[in-house]
Write a protein that binds this ligand. Structure first.
Ligand code: GTP
Ligand code: MG
Length: 198
């Protein structure tokens, strides 16, 4: 099963987002958590989304078209300490506007740091998309760095909040196939709902 994608455009405001009818699956999470790397692993295209060792790399919404009906969106990371207050506030507004208003959004892949457990921002993101009835997929990436005991502890931190963790890794490829399947299933669900409505 493939999920190839091509870069289409970047947006600094909701009004600059593509005017298409594609279902969008977006990737959100703390800066440096591994969003862009995960996107590259899922599409099998190294260098599609720009990654970096230094946090704060992605500062706009980046749109990647997978097929006529599905697009992936790399969102700017939050929580980058060295960013100016004004820049961080601007990015937070852009993220919120996209998550609360973008009609194309069908699922959010929320990337979390398994070692830290859910933080205030993650709980806010989860509440925001759930309020709109948008599917939430919680992925703990970089799981190649975790010992088995750390994995078990992570699951305990997230499940009481109703967040089912998918432990994955862009580096080792663990659970990347499963994540890809979940993403394609969301786009299919929207297509078939529309087919029934037509
Ligand atoms: P921003 O765009 O700044 O918000 O960051 P990001 O969330 O897009 O993170 P990015 O994909 O750029 O990755 C940040 C760093 O983590 C890079 O040095 C990656 O090589 C590393 N990284 C990403 N995914 C993995 C993973 O699964 N395992 C390991 N070990 N390292 C990873
Ligand atoms: Mg990035």
């Amino acid at each position: 099963m493939k999920l190839e994608a091509q870069f289409v455009s970047s947006a600094l405001a909701l009004a600059d987002c593509p005017g298409w009818d594609c279902a969008e699956v977006a990737f959100a999470g703390r800066s440096n958590v591994g969003k862009s790397s995960l996107l590259n692993a899922l599409t099998g295209t190294r260098g599609l989304a720009r990654t970096s060792k230094t946090p704060g790399r992605t500062r706009c919404l980046n749109f990647f078209a997978a097929c006529e009906t599905l697009a992936l969106v790399d969102l700017p990371g939050y929580g980058y300490a060295k960013m100016s207050h004004a820049d961080a506030a601007k990015l937070a507004d852009l993220l919120r506007a996209y998550l609360e208003k973008r009609r194309n959004l069908v699922a959010l892949v929320m990337l979390v740091d398994a070692r830290r457990g859910p933080q205030r921002e993650e709980l806010e993101l989860a509440a925001m998309v759930r309020a709109r009835g948008i599917a939430l997929i919680v992925a703990a990436t970089k799981c190649d760095k975790l010992r088995n005991s750390e994995r078990a502890a992570a699951i305990k931190r997230f499940t009481p909040l109703g967040l089912e963790l998918i432990m994955c890794s862009a580096k080792s490829g663990e659970k990347i196939d499963e994540l890809r399947r979940l993403i394609l299933a969301r786009a299919d669900a929207r297509d078939s709902r529309r087919g029934r409505e037509a």
